[in-house]
Write a protein that binds this ligand. Structure first.
Ligand SMILES: [Zn+2]
Length: 184
């Protein structure tokens, strides 16, 4: 399995799963390599890996943050299920409309409580309607969004990073990294 993890670009074995890098927040660097002798963390801390007897040096990783931010940004760009939009619509357009309807009903029947009931009932009907339509699949994400969700999941599970050349890859696949693609 370990050979499957080797970098497709530079054949380095110094690769790691992206999810693992983020989870640990650390980078493991081969200690024999003096070129990675020291690092300055994003918090200004100074980490020295000059000891050649240590097999691995670990440091708080800017890389982990970068990789995580990358995913977060794309998740935001791709967006969530449209159902959230439906609830936002219900809150910002539905509620004022229901209050207005309740006010009208209240003055029509000369009873404030009837107005309140009408307003609240309309809100509940709206929420139930959204829920029912959701179960029928009305708010299912469109194909493009689904493709992006799958893509981000795939990279989140299987994506690897090469510590030598910085290549991101999925072992056994030549799929380009999602940051090279445009979210439409
Ligand atoms: Zn590489």
């Amino acid at each position: 399995m370990s050979s499957d993890m080797s970098c497709p670009k530079c054949q380095s074995e110094n690769t790691q799963k992206i999810s693992l890098i983020i989870q640990q927040g650390t980078v493991e660097t081969e200690g024999q390599s003096n070129t990675f002798g020291s690092a300055i963390g994003s918090d200004g801390s100074y980490a020295s890996g000059s000891s050649t007897t240590t097999i691995n040096t670990s440091s708080q990783s800017q890389l982990a943050k970068k990789l995580e931010t990358e995913i977060d940004e794309y998740r935001k760009k791709v967006g969530g299920s449209p159902i959230m939009g439906a609830y936002v619509l219900l809150t910002f357009i539905g509620v004022p409309a229901f209050i207005y309807a309740g006010y009208k009903a209240g003055s029509f029947f000369h009873a404030t409580w009837i107005g309140w009931c009408v307003g609240i009932c309309l809100f509940i009907v709206g929420a139930v309607l959204i829920d029912t339509l959701d179960k029928k699949g009305w708010f299912a994400p469109d194909e493009k969004t689904k493709v992006w969700w799958d893509r981000l999941d795939r990279w989140g599970e299987a994506g690897c990073y090469c510590h030598r050349c910085g290549a991101k890859f999925i072992p056994g696949s030549d799929e380009p990294h999602f940051t090279t693609m445009k979210v439409e």
